[in-house]
Design a protein around this ligand. Structure first.
Ligand SMILES: Nc1ncnc2c1ncn2[C@@H]1O[C@H](COP(=O)(O)OP(=O)(O)O)[C@@H](O)[C@H]1O
Ligand SMILES: [Mg+2]
Length: 295
């Protein structure tokens, strides 16, 4: 049995006699500090989506965000991507204050963003266009990336000739070919069937292990969150949603995300996090939040 455990915001461990030279710590890949986001509604009213958000993602760390529908998960990713300016608080990317689009981040949404008139290889190669990479080189790199995501022989297919899982693989290659240091993923495997989700989860973990990026991964699926992540962050029900849980996942790696779910340690972790998440999900149901689609 693996030695997984769960800890909630562990207190610092005071070492009585250890005198350690303080190594300069690398700045967090993403640091959201005291963030609040308020939307102006057409009615003239305002809607405070999230507040008092403090969240840091270390370089190479895989963090999942879970929370009830409409609590502000996508809003947090949009702020980190630079698509949305917070009403209060700061966003730092690798130590620098973010202004404008986050050029260090790659973004993967639930919906397909592939261009239907381009082949798989062109959909991947086009991601290098803004960097001015020559077409021949871009096509070569795109073919490499298609191979890495298991689509070596599908380069000339158009998106409508690919399955949902295959389209996701193309989208992953499209994101990773730019070598972003930060991956922002918003329910990326949501529309896929359960088996394909697991295969995609394992593919993502393989790619991540080979070249560790900082990841912020939003999912409504707690099992997926635990299986993939180093940390699972739980958000409260909105409005004015906050972070109410921050769980370190110490399940051993490498993981097979289908197999790890049968592990006793996994169940213990799931139980602990669900106890926290469940309260918030129930609040959202009680408010009728499940009837509206905020995704
Ligand atoms: N552009 C917007 N204008 C007004 N309200 C918004 C806007 N975007 C999101 N919201 C509201 O903010 C809350 C959080 O939305 P969202 O981040 O999409 O939630 P989640 O991704 O957790 O389901 C919801 O109540 C949603 O209706
Ligand atoms: Mg969302």
């Amino acid at each position: 049995m693996s030695q997984g455990s769960v800890s909630v915001s562990p207190p610092p461990h005071p070492a009585a006699f250890a005198v350690q030279a303080a190594a300069p710590a690398a700045p967090a890949a993403v640091a959201l500090r005291d963030l609040a986001i308020t939307f102006a509604l057409k009615t003239g009213e305002t809607h405070r989506a999230v507040e008092a958000i403090d969240l840091a993602v270390a370089p190479g760390e895989f963090v999942a965000i879970v929370g009830p529908t409409g609590c502000g998960k996508s809003t947090l990713l949009n702020v980190t991507a630079g698509l949305l300016t917070p009403s209060a608080g700061t966003v730092r990317i690798q130590g620098d204050s973010l202004s404008g689009l986050n050029a260090k981040a790659g973004y993967l949404f639930q919906a397909d963003a592939l261009m239907p008139w381009k082949t798989a290889i062109d959909n991947v190669a086009v991601a290098l266009e803004p960097q001015g990479v020559k077409r021949g080189e871009a096509l070569q790199l795109a073919q490499d990336w298609l191979s890495r995501v298991g689509l070596k022989n599908f380069a000339q297919r158009y998106p409508h000739m690919l399955s949902g899982g295959q389209r996701k693989r193309v989208a992953l290659a499209q994101m990773l070919i730019r070598d972003p240091q930060i991956l922002l993923m918003d329910e990326p495997f949501g529309p896929l069937d359960a088996q394909t989700r697991q295969i995609m989860g394992n593919l993502l973990l393989d790619l991540w292990a080979a070249n560790k990026k900082a990841v912020l991964f939003v999912t409504h699926d707690l099992e997926e969150a635990i299986a993939l992540s180093d940390r699972v962050v739980v958000m409260s029900a909105g409005p004015a949603a906050r972070i109410v849980g921050d769980f370190t996942i110490t399940l051993p790696r490498p993981r097979d995300i289908a197999e790890i779910r049968t592990d006793a340690a996994f169940h213990a972790i799931h139980k602990a996090i669900w106890a926290c998440l469940r309260v918030e999900v129930q609040k959202t149901y009680a408010q009728g939040g499940e009837a509206s689609d905020h995704e």
